[in-house]
Ligand binder design. Structure first.
Ligand SMILES: *Cc1c(COP(=O)(O)O)cnc(C)c1O
Length: 504
């Protein structure tokens, strides 16, 4: 190295400097480990699992999953991951061999389940606009699928516990129904939908029935009392596809989910192929073209390492933490757990059976618990067509590490509730009088949306995040703003996060 070079000018020095900057950028991120964030991240608590995933991902860093004929390791790892998932979902109960796809995540698995069903519905002679029938609690990925793929979403109301009546779903099935979707369990309230009844009716009418087990698929099979659960997997006749996310309770890094099909042709219908351009023949089994093999290799390695025994141990830890937390919340005056949740997640709402002075608003509670260092996820209330208004709630997803921190967390849940008990929920109704444009139910262009956000104090400036520390006021806004306008405002808020003001 020439003497006059400073360390920052050597390759090694520049590398170190860039990595230091990255560490700086990460400084404001929510903690991904230690169980502080009760959504988004799934921490096994096992350092060697993280290390293994990192090394496995790095070893395929340059591979392109686009072409498993050039990179056969991709197909082999996929076969292993799919086989493991098919065992979880009792694929052996199907007459034919269960087949599958490894996708980039739950959303892609859900999108492809719908795309496959739509194309098969058309091939079977379906005409007009196809529909997706599902309980209102179905994941937003199916709203996205309807939007992207030109289907109508026919949502069936649920009761105030998040439970759908199977007959209400069955009554909606028509010749236009391309697919009916049930969840095992649903994300908002962790309700296990009545899969057997709905799948049987769908099967009689030759309608595809997808079970969204994105969150439950990798944990319910190891749940101690899973025998007591109503069946939701391929043991149920009529279930045609199941999604299970490896990057949730499979403890793989983000970017890995499995979509299983009971029928080989259904898998083929999820694909896209074309030979009608002057380039290489395109065959994409999933949505992407070129794709990284890193998350596949990481998921494969984690699954190989943990195996059924590892998942059983981790599930037991999630389960004991979940039991403790549910008991804790049930013991807090003013709060209650919504319905009969299944698996390591649940939602909490205000106990409206008691006087207002004793109630705890779930969103004020989430902020109060947040100040104590634990991040809970507020969920808005929802007005259903032809059904009860679903209450605003706060969601907790529990992972194995939560068990290590359980005393600190329960103390924070109790203290947070004590702090806000009797405080009325934020009501922003008057804001619509001040800013009438909040109440319109249509989209907004970028500058009008930006101006409205600025009026609301949510536009942010160059160096500060536009999101306030308290989320309850933002959630209260969603209570009063019509859906399309709210969606436009949130889109604007997010779009601005990576748009720097142009320098003069
Ligand atoms: C997480 C989830 C999805 C979507 O998965 P992503 O991995 O976030 O894209 C779909 N359905 C359910 C039930 C989920 O919990």
């Amino acid at each position: 190295m020439p003497d006059e070079m400073t360390p920052g000018e050597t390759p090694a020095g520049r590398v170190a400097e860039i990595l230091a900057r990255l560490a700086d950028l990460r400084a404001d991120d929510a903690p991904t480990h230690g169980g502080r964030v009760l959504s988004y991240v799934y921490d096994s608590g096992l350092a060697e699992v993280d290390d293994l995933a990192r090394t496995a991902a790095a070893s395929v860093q340059a591979v392109n999953g686009l072409d498993p004929t050039a990179f056969p390791s991709v197909a082999r790892m996929e076969a292993d991951v799919i086989a493991f998932a098919a065992d979880l979902a009792h694929g052996e109960a199907c007459d034919a061999q269960v087949v599958g796809l490894v996708t980039s995540g739950g959303t892609e698995s859900c999108l492809l389940a719908v795309k496959s069903a739509r194309d098969r519905w058309r091939a079977g002679g379906g005409t007009g606009v196809p529909t997706i029938v599902a309980p209102v609690t179905v994941h937003a990925a199916f709203h996205k699928a309807a939007h992207y793929f030109g289907l109508e979403l026919d949502l069936v109301p649920v009761d105030e516990h998040g439970v759908v009546d199977a007959d209400d779903v069955i009554a909606r099935l028509t010749p236009r129904t391309a697919i009916v979707v049930v969840s095992a369990p649903c994300y908002p309230f962790a309700v296990l939908d009545p899969v057997p009844e709905i799948a049987a009716a769908a099967s009689r009418q030759r309608i595809a029935c997808h079970v969204d087990a994105c969150i439950g698929g990798w944990v319910l099979p190891f749940w101690a009392s899973s025998e007591a659960l109503s069946p939701w997997d391929f043991r149920v006749p009529g279930v045609t596809s199941i999604s299970l996310d490896a990057h949730k309770y499979g403890f793989a890094p983000k970017g890995a989910s499995v979509l299983l099909f009971a029928d080989r042709d259904a898998k083929r219908s999820a694909a896209f192929a074309t030979t009608r351009w002057p380039g290489y023949p395109v065959v994409n089994p999933t949505m992407l073209g070129s794709r990284s093999a890193m998350s596949l290799a990481a998921a494969w390695a984690v699954i190989e390492y943990l195996g059924p025994d590892g998942f059983t141990t981790l599930t037991d830890r999630s389960r004991s933490a979940t039991d403790t937390l549910r008991q804790c919340v049930s013991g807090i005056t003013g709060l209650r757990v919504v319905g009969e949740p299944v698996g390591p997640l649940f939602a909490v709402t205000s106990d409206i059976a008691i006087p207002a002075s004793d109630r705890v608003d779930p969103h004020l509670w989430a902020d109060a618990v947040g100040e104590r260092g634990w991040v809970l996820q507020p969920q808005p209330g929802l007005a259903q067509q032809h059904g009860p208004v679903l209450p605003r709630t706060t969601h907790l997803t529990i992972t194995p590490v939560t068990a290590d921190e359980i005393d600190g967390l329960t103390a924070a849940l109790v203290a947070g509730a004590d702090e806000v008990r009797g405080v009325a929920p934020i009501d922003l109704g008057e804001l619509c009088t001040v800013f009438p444009s909040l109440a319109a139910d249509d989209g907004l262009d970028a500058s009008s949306a930006g101006a409205l956000l600025a009026d609301l104090g949510l536009a942010g400036d160059d160096d500060a995040s536009p999101l306030p520390d308290q989320l309850a006021p933002v959630m209260a806004l969603l209570d009063i703003v019509p859906h399309r306008r709210a969606e436009a405002l949130l889109t604007e808020l997010l779009a601005r996060l990576n748009e720097r003001p142009r320098s003069e």
